[in-house]
Ligand binder design. Structure first.
Ligand SMILES: NC(=O)C1=CN([C@@H]2O[C@H](COP(=O)(O)OP(=O)(O)OC[C@H]3O[C@@H](n4cnc5c(N)ncnc54)[C@H](O)[C@@H]3O)[C@@H](O)[C@H]2O)C=CC1
Ligand SMILES: O=C(O)C1=N[C@H](C(=O)O)C[C@H](O)C1
Length: 247
């Protein structure tokens, strides 16, 4: 049995992960901790892998503390930047037996949509992203939308494409946030969970890729997949569930 501890266990995602870990045939719950709890309770003696779903402001410190405790970490919390990833890599240099895995999104539909978007990117002159979430979400745009924008921007760059056409002369904010040259729009609406659309345009045609997570159960197969792979690449940070899919 894989011994899994959950940090952020009282949150929407953490509580769902606790149930998933209890119900999977090959995992068992070790510690379930939340804000204010002492993370040094989690050690290699009681835990094989920690699943961390907290808040962007706390996640880096949690991951650094857990790496220093010598345990593998699977992270779902958003807010990761190159600077934060560099801090984790630095910590792993002193703990080469530990691995960290971060996924902006654990839902297969979204991971596939992002992969398809990266494939489609070089064929379309225009692209914009619309992400739609429940109004309790604290960050905008979503970590997934930022990750998707970077993937599309990288594909456009590889294909030698220029800037996306846009003749907007006045903008009171309605054109969204520009991430790596791509406009990202965030909707917060009661009744939604997590949804993303990538809109591609060419003269006379449009392609829309849409992924809908209607329920947090959609993330659990991906979380368990990452848990089962934890520790495979010691001393490294791996980003993205696509690393464990045959895409
Ligand atoms: N990667 C993915 O597939 C998904 C990622 N997320 C992300 O996961 C994160 C959590 O989302 P939700 O569960 O909806 O939020 P939430 O607000 O329901 O839960 C966050 C939990 O973290 C706890 N917490 C806050 N600071 C803490 C600390 N320092 N140490 C330990 N626990 C702490 C809070 O008390 C709370 O219980 C967000 O960043 C969200 O964007 C959400 C869904 C899917
Ligand atoms: O807060 C959420 O709910 C979600 N957060 C992640 C993100 O910001 O991309 C993943 C998913 O969209 C749900």
């Amino acid at each position: 049995m894989i011994r899994v501890s959950v940090v952020g266990a009282k949150g929407r995602m953490g509580a769902t992960v606790v149930d998933a870990v209890k119900n999977a045939p090959d995992t068992e719950l070790a510690k379930a901790l939340d804000a204010g709890d002492d993370l040094t309770q989690i050690t290699p003696e009681n835990t094989d892998v920690v699943v961390e779903f907290t808040v962007p402001a706390a996640s880096l410190d949690n991951v650094l503390a857990l790496v220093n405790q010598g345990v593998n970490v699977v992270v779902g919390t958003t807010g990761w930047t190159d600077e934060k990833l560099a801090r984790v890599k630095e910590a792993l240099a002193s703990h080469p037996d530990v691995s960290v895995f971060i996924a902006p999104n654990f839902a297969i539909s979204t991971v596939l949509a992002e992969n398809f978007a990266a494939q489609a990117a070089k064929y379309f002159e225009s692209v914009e992203i619309v992400e739609m979430h429940h109004p309790n979400k604290v960050d905008a745009p979503s970590g997934t939308a930022i990750h998707t924008a970077h993937a599309i921007a990288a594909a456009r760059k590889d294909a030698g494409m220029g800037p996306i056409p846009d003749n907007t002369q006045t903008d009171g904010g309605s054109r969204g946030q520009v991430v790596d040259g791509i406009h990202v729009h965030a909707v917060r609406l009661r009744g939604l969970n997590a949804h993303e659309e990538v809109l591609f345009g060419n003269p006379g045609e449009q392609l829309v890729l849409r992924a809908d997570s209607f329920d947090r159960s959609s993330f659990m197969p991906g979380v368990l997949l990452a848990v089962r792979h934890a520790g495979e690449n010691p001393g490294t940070v791996t980003v993205g569930l696509d690393n464990y899919l045959d895409l």
